[in-house]
Write a protein that binds this ligand. Structure first.
Ligand code: NDP
Ligand code: 2IT
Length: 446
């Protein structure tokens, strides 16, 4: 490894030892872009890497809220504004008990390069809270969102920082957050948050965009590498926003989705009914254990879908980080998998990724494959600025163009540096990182 890259990584391992997810994300990126630093030894004196791995600002705040019985609880809120070289900070909000500063930093770091790949002018950020939205009433969710916004509002703005959804934050939460922002500010400023409802400034196609975009990326990969998609047995882990629309688009494209999962268990079904999954997760907000009763077919099991032996050719992890370690990666490859594309952020650990690359598996990293969500958020921002709305077809067509452009950027970088044709990891990292570095340098000691 290039000596400058390895020195900076060593320094981070001692400074950020308590943030394993952040270190993992930085190691994944830096270990695949060292050719940039071989080519540009002058970057060391310019502290390019140190500037890249240090967040511009990290905000942590108290979120007190009262439940329906009048008991007051306190959660931690965060916004990590990592890098705004390419445009306003942009990235989702996650409400999940596993949220901590290290998780926020990893997500914000990934977001910088993902956003760079979209070709749209957006910087990288992430925020959220360790609040658990499960089993909370609508009124409790609303009070929590309002209290969260009481602090967040002073740090965001249509040209400053534009949050959106992520795990645990969907249309309902965005509505409450945006509604309270408007009441505090006394204006409508539609472009301050994305993922809004269609009736008050949202974009058609945003809800579907991450999952649809993932499948558009998979289609590009398959085309470029002569892989047929029809009837390919596909596992989609998760059953939230990303997983549901990835599974439906995958089916539309002729793939055969045979399994999906949630945090408690998984379903296997040769005739998987995505509308039943939607009813369980989008309407009833409950567990997949209801699937067999509602669908009248299939099987439900507790545990991880990646600990089961399910014959499959494609795997689309769309739940959360670090779902697949080396052992699970070996299992899915043994079960026939030839292509893994990440709908979630960092669902594979670095050992799993290394194993895919060494075993000629086509592997698409999240920052390329799941960028359709944030890209469509940026299209929502454009529509808000123009005070116009595009049709679903117009948005979807732009999304397809963006996913094709991201795929091309990965391929061009792979070609430029003479990398193996399945090394989308290095391709995406080189393309994303180069754009940010070039902008940073052009703007001086940014
Ligand atoms: P949702 O909250 O809608 O869904 C999350 C899904 O993951 C749920 O099915 C949940 O199960 C499941 N899950 C949570 N924790 C675990 C776990 N430990 N093991 C197995 N399954 C688990 O989130 P999204 O669909 O929005 O996000 C999913 C992933 O995609 C995240 O990594 C997110 O960062 C990423 N992403 C999201 C984008 C977006 O636009 N929403 C854009 C790009 C990436 P349960 O229902 O039981 O809680
Ligand atoms: O991880 C992600 O890219 C998202 N959660 C979407 C962020 C956004 O601003 O739409």
């Amino acid at each position: 490894m290039n000596s400058y890259v390895s020195r900076v990584l060593d320094e981070m391992r001692s400074k950020d030892a308590s943030q394993p997810e952040f270190l993992q994300a930085v190691e994944e990126v830096l270990s695949s872009v060292d050719m940039i630093f071989e080519k540009h030894p002058e970057y060391e004196k310019m502290a390019v890497l140190e500037r890249l791995v240090e967040p511009e600002r990290m905000i942590q705040f108290k979120v007190p809220w009262s439940d329906d019985n009048g008991t007051i609880h306190v959660n931690r809120g965060y916004r990590v504004q990592f890098n705004n070289c390419l445009g306003p900070y942009k990235g989702g909000l996650r409400f999940h008990p596993s949220v901590n500063l290290g998780v926020m930093k990893f997500l914000a770091f990934e977001q910088i390069f993902k956003n760079a790949l979209t070709t749209l002018p957006i910087g990288g950020a992430k925020g959220g809270s360790d609040f658990d939205p499960k089993d909370k009433s609508d009124a409790e969710i609303m009070r929590f969102c309002q209290s969260f916004m009481v602090e967040l509002y002073r740090h965001i703005g249509a040209d400053v920082d534009v949050p959106a959804g992520d795990m645990g934050v969907g249309a309902r939460e965005i509505g409450y957050l945006y509604g309270y922002y408007r009441r505090i500010r006394g204006n409508s400023e539609r472009g301050v948050i994305t993922g809004k409802g269609i009736g008050y400034g949202g974009s058609l196609g945003r809800k579907e965009a991450t999952g649809f975009g993932l499948i558009y990326f998979v289609m590009e990969m398959c085309k470029a590498n002569n892989i047929a998609v029809t009837n390919k047995r596909t596992i989609v882990s998760g059953s939230g926003n990303v997983a549901i629309y990835a599974a439906s688009k995958a089916m539309e494209m002729g793939m055969k989705v045979v399994a999906m999962s949630d945090s408690k268990g998984y379903i296997i079904d040769e005739n998987l009914d995505i509308n039943v999954v939607k009813r369980i997760k989008e309407v009833e907000r409950t567990s997949l254990s209801k699937y067999v009763e509602y669908a009248g077919h299939g099987e439900y099991h507790e545990g991880s879908v990646y600990d089961a032996d399910i014959a499959c050719e494609f795997v689309l992890p769309c739940a959360t980080q670090n779902e697949i370690n080396l052992e699970r990666a070996k299992r899915i490859v043994k079960n026939g998998c030839v292509l893994v594309a990440e709908g979630a952020n960092m669902p594979n650990n670095n050992e799993a990724i290394k194993y895919y690359l060494e075993n000629n598996i086509y592997f698409a990293p999240g920052k390329a494959a799941n960028a359709g969500g944030v890209a469509t958020s940026a299209l929502e921002m454009s529509q808000n600025s123009m005070r116009l709305s595009w049709s679903f077809e117009e948005v979807d067509e732009k999304l397809q163009g963006i996913m094709t452009a991201i795929h091309k950027q990965c391929k061009d970088a792979m070609k430029e540096y003479d990398l193996a044709d399945n090394n989308y990891v290095a391709g995406a990292n080189i393309a994303g990182v180069s754009k940010v570095i070039d902008a940073m340098i052009a703007m001086g000691d940014y």
